[in-house]
Design a protein around this ligand. Structure first.
Ligand code: AMP
Length: 416
C-alpha cells in the first residue's frame, strides 16, 4: 500500500479529502478549528514536498442543495491562515477543472461543499424509500455518483483521504473516487494513519488487562461495540444512563431514571455473556440522583437498584466511582466512550471526572488509552486531562464502527 511518507508529490496535484465540517457561529466565524488543525500535517507535508493541493470537504447536511450557511467559502481565510499561504476557492466543486489545471506547485484550491451535490452521499433525494420508483432512482443515483467521483478524480494525479470522521461512509469523495486511481497513487493521510493505528492498538495489540468503559444514555446505540468488546476485554464498565436499564432488568426500582424498557432482556443477556466469557462486568451500585433534570436539582445518594419515585439517577455514586477507578487504574489498555453521568451539569459530573482521572493516572503508569466519541472527548477536555491520555480520536461513528470490527469503506477503498 502506498503511504504518504513514501509518495513523491513533487510536481503532482493531490486531491485531499479532509473533514472541515467545523462549527460556525451565526456570523460564519469558526468556533472550534480542531478539525482544520487535525488535517494540517498532511496538507503541509504535500506542499513542502512540492505538490499542489486540491482540498475537498463536506459541511453540515445541505442534502444535495446549495445552502449558503454551509458554504466552505466562509472558511477560506482560516484555512489560508492555518497553511500560511493563499487559498483559491472553486465555487462549484464539480466544475473546477480549469482552476485545478492551472494550479502550480505550492498552490492550494479549496472546493465548495461536496454535499451541495446529492451525488456525494449517493442517496436519491425527494423520493420516499417506500415509493415503487425508489430502486430505479437509487440505481440512477449510483451511476451519477460514479460520474461525480470521476470528475473529482480528474482534477489530480493522486488521492489522499484524511477524513476519518466520514471514513465509515461510502461517499463519492471518501470511497468511490479511489476507484479512479491506481494503488500507487492513493493513500491515507497522517490523521487517518494515526486513527487506524489507534484502533489497531485496541483491537490487535492489546496489552492486558484491558478495561473498556462504555457510557452515554442508551445501551441500544452501543450494543454492537459492547458485543464485540466482550471477546476482548478483561473489565467492562457499563455506566451512564444505560445503568438503569440494567438495574430495572434485575428487578430494581429506578424512580424517574431513563430506561429502555424494550432492552431489559438484552441487558440480562449482556450480563450472562460477561459471566460466560469471564469478563469482569462493572455496573454502578449507587448513584447520585436529582429531583429534576437540572444543575440546580436537589441531590441524594441512593443504591442504583433502589431509587424512590420522584428521583432520577444522573451520575455514578461514590462507591461506584471507586469501583470504576479500581478497574481502570490497573489496566494496560483502556478504551472510553460515553460519560458516566449528565456531565454537562457540574452537579452530576463527578462520575465522569473520576473515570477521566483514573485513565490519566493509568496512562502516566504506562497504559495505552484511547478516548473516542464527542462526549467523552468533551469530558477529558472539561477536566483538563487531554494531555494525559494516549490518543483522542476525531471520529464518532467511524471510531465506533471500526471498534465493532467493521471495515471502514474509506480505509478499504485505499487498502484494497
Ligand atoms: P450518548 O450520545 O449515548 O453517548 O450519550 C451521551 C449523553 O448521555 C450525555 O449528554 C449525558 O448527559 C447523557 N447521560 C449520561 N448519563 C445519564 C443519565 N444517568 N441520565 C440521563 N442522561 C445521561
Amino acid at each position: 500500500m502506498m503511504t504518504i511518507n513514501n509518495y513523491n508529490f513533487a510536481g503532482k496535484k493531490a486531491i485531499v479529502r479532509v473533514d472541515f465540517n467545523v462549527p460556525l457561529d451565526e456570523n460564519g466565524k469558526i468556533t472550534d478549528d480542531t478539525r482544520i488543525r487535525g488535517a494540517l500535517p498532511t496538507l503541509k507535508h504535500i506542499l513542502e514536498a512540492g505538490g499542489a493541493l486540491i482540498i475537498m470537504s463536506h459541511m453540515g447536511k445541505p442534502k444535495g442543495k446549495v445552502v449558503a450557511k454551509y458554504s466552505l467559502s466562509q472558511i477560506v481565510e482560516a484555512v489560508s491562515q492555518a497553511l500560511g499561504t493563499p487559498v483559491q476557492f472553486a465555487e462549484d466543486c464539480a466544475k473546477a477543472s480549469e482552476q485545478a489545471a492551472a494550479l502550480k506547485a505550492g498552490e492550494v484550491l479549496l472546493l465548495e461543499n461536496l454535499r451541495f451535490y446529492a451525488e456525494e452521499e449517493g442517496k436519491p433525494v425527494g423520493i420516499d424509500k417506500e415509493d415503487p420508483a425508489y430502486e430505479e432512482a437509487k440505481k440512477a443515483m449510483k451511476a451519477s455518483q460514479k460520474e461525480f467521483a470521476k470528475t473529482l478524480a480528474s482534477y489530480a494525479d493522486c488521492y489522499v483521504n484524511d477524513a476519518f470522521g466520514t471514513a465509515h461512509r461510502k461517499h463519492a469523495s471518501t470511497a468511490v473516487i479511489a476507484d479512479y486511481f491506481d494503488a500507487d497513487n492513493k493513500m491515507l493521510g497522517f490523521l487517518m494513519e494515526k486513527e487506524v493505528q489507534a484502533v489497531d492498538n485496541i483491537l490487535s495489540n492489546i496489552k492486558r488487562p484491558f478495561t473498556a468503559i462504555m457510557g452515554g444514555s442508551k445501551v441500544s446505540t452501543k450494543i454492537g461495540i459492547i458485543e464485540n468488546l466482550m471477546d476482548k476485554v478483561d473489565n467492562l464498565i457499563l455506566c451512564g444512563g444505560m445503568t438503569y436499564t440494567f438495574m430495572k432488568a434485575q428487578g430494581g426500582q429506578i424512580g424517574e431514571s431513563i430506561c429502555e424498557n424494550d432492552k431489559l432482556d438484552l441487558a440480562l443477556e449482556i450480563m450472562a455473556q460477561a459471566k460466560a466469557k469471564g469478563v469482569n462486568l462493572v455496573l454502578a451500585t449507587d448513584c447520585v440522583a436529582g429531583d429534576s433534570f437540572s444543575n440546580d436539582a436537589n441531590t441524594q445518594i441512593f443504591p442504583a437498584k433502589d431509587i424512590p419515585a420522584g428521583w432520577e439517577g444522573m451520575d455514578a455514586g461514590p462507591e461506584s466511582r471507586k469501583a470504576f477507578a479500581e478497574a481502570i487504574r490497573g489496566a494496560k489498555t483502556i478504551l472510553w466512550n460515553g460519560p458516566a453521568g449528565v456531565f454537562e451539569f457540574d452537579t452530576f459530573s463527578a462520575g465522569s471526572k473520576a473515570i477521566a482521572e483514573a485513565i490519566a493516572e493509568a496512562t502516566d503508569n504506562g497504559a495505552y488509552s484511547l478516548i473516542g466519541g464527542g462526549d467523552s472527548v468533551a469530558c477529558v477536555n472539561k477536566f483538563g486531562m487531554a494531555d494525559r491520555v494516549s490518543y483522542i480520536s476525531t471520529g464518532g461513528g467511524a471510531l465506533l464502527e471500526a471498534i465493532e470490527g467493521k471495515v471502514l469503506p474509506g480505509v478499504a477503498a485505499i487498502k484494497g
